[in-house]
Design a binder for this molecule. Structure first.
Ligand SMILES: [Zn+2]
Length: 275
C-alpha cells in the first residue's frame, strides 16, 4: 500500500503562445510523482536530467521553442535529495513514454528499474520515420537502464483493458497515440481512490471536460507530434468518460483525480496535496 505521494515539477517551460493577439509565454510544467511504498520509492516521469541542463542536450530548436528554465533545482534528482532521500532509494521509475522531457532524468537514477511498455521502448531504440527519429534522445538511456518491459496483459482497471502492473498500487494504462507505446500511470492513493498521470495523452485541463477545449497552439502541437491520430483521439474520449464517471465531482467510491504532464493549473491544484 502506498504511504505517501508527492507531486513534483521537474521542469518549467515557457513556450511562446498567442493570447488576445499578443505573443506571451505560457507556463508549462513537467508533472512527476514520487510514490513511497513500504519497500519502494517510485518516480513517475522524470522531466529533464542534470546532464540535459548542463549540455542543453534537448537541442537548440527545442530550447528556443519551449524555453525550459534549465534550473538544476527542478531536476528529480535535486528534489529527491532535498526531501531527504538518497538517489539509490529510488527503486523504480515508471515512464508514460520516452520523449525527451519525460525520460531525461533516467540517468540520474542508474540503479532504478525503469518500467515502460515494450512498444515504446522499441520505438525509442529503433525509431521509424521522421516523427519518431526527431523525438527521442538516445543519450538519455546510454547508461543502459534496468528496463522492465511490460506487454499487454489481461488486467482491467475502471474499464481500461490490458493494464500492466508495476505493483499493486502503480498501474500502466495503455493510451497510445501521442507515441507508439504511451501509457497513463494510475497510482492508488492512501486516502482512497486514484491519481491518474495521463502523461501527454492530453495537454490542457479543458480537454478533460465535455465539450473539450484547448488553446489552438497546443492543439496544433499535439497533432504535429502524434504518431496515431485515431488512437490518440479515441483515448482522449475514454479519458474524458473516465473523468465524467469517476472524477472527483462524480461522487464515486473510487474517485480518480486525473492530470496531464504539462498543464500548470492541474499541477498547482495538486502540489500541496500529500497523501
Ligand atoms: Zn511531454
Amino acid at each position: 500500500m502506498t504511504s505517501l505521494i508527492r507531486h513534483l515539477n521537474c521542469a518549467t517551460m515557457s513556450p511562446r503562445g498567442t493570447m488576445g493577439g499578443r505573443i506571451t509565454p505560457t507556463r508549462m510544467v513537467c508533472h512527476s510523482l514520487l510514490v513511497e511504498g513500504p519497500n519502494s520509492l517510485t518516480l513517475v516521469d522524470t522531466g529533464f536530467g542534470t546532464v540535459d541542463l548542463e549540455q542543453k542536450r534537448m537541442g537548440k530548436a527545442f530550447v528556443g521553442l519551449m524555453g525550459p528554465a534549465l534550473d538544476q533545482a527542478e531536476t528529480a534528482a535535486s528534489q529527491v535529495t532535498a526531501l531527504g532521500y538518497s538517489i539509490d532509494d529510488v527503486t523504480d521509475i515508471a515512464v508514460t513514454h520516452l520523449d525527451l522531457d519525460h525520460a531525461g532524468g533516467l540517468g540520474d537514477f542508474p540503479n532504478a528499474k525503469v518500467h515502460v511498455f515494450a512498444d515504446e521502448l522499441a520505438a525509442a531504440k529503433h525509431p521509424q520515420g521522421p516523427k519518431e527519429k526527431n523525438r527521442y534522445i538516445q543519450a538519455q538511456w546510454a547508461h543502459n537502464p534496468l528496463w522492465v518491459e511490460h506487454r499487454v496483459q489481461g488486467d482491467s482497471w475502471l474499464g481500461f483493458e490490458s493494464v500492466a502492473r508495476v505493483s499493486d498500487d502503480v498501474l500502466l494504462v495503455p493510451t497510445r497515440g501521442h507515441t507508439r507505446g504511451h501509457v497513463a500511470v494510475a497510482v492508488r492513493r492512501p486516502s482512497g481512490g486514484w491519481f491518474l498521470h495521463a502523461g501527454d495523452a492530453y495537454f490542457s485541463a479543458g480537454e478533460k471536460e465535455n465539450p473539450p477545449t484547448c488553446p489552438t497552439g497546443l492543439s496544433v502541437f499535439q497533432t504535429l507530434v502524434q504518431v496515431d491520430k485515431k488512437a490518440r483521439l479515441a483515448n482522449q474520449d475514454r479519458l474524458r468518460s473516465l473523468h465524467a464517471e469517476h472524477g472527483p465531482a462524480a461522487g464515486t467510491a473510487e474517485p480518480v483525480t486525473m492530470f496531464c504532464a504539462h498543464d500548470a493549473t492541474e499541477f498547482d491544484a495538486l502540489v500541496d496535496v500529500t497523501d
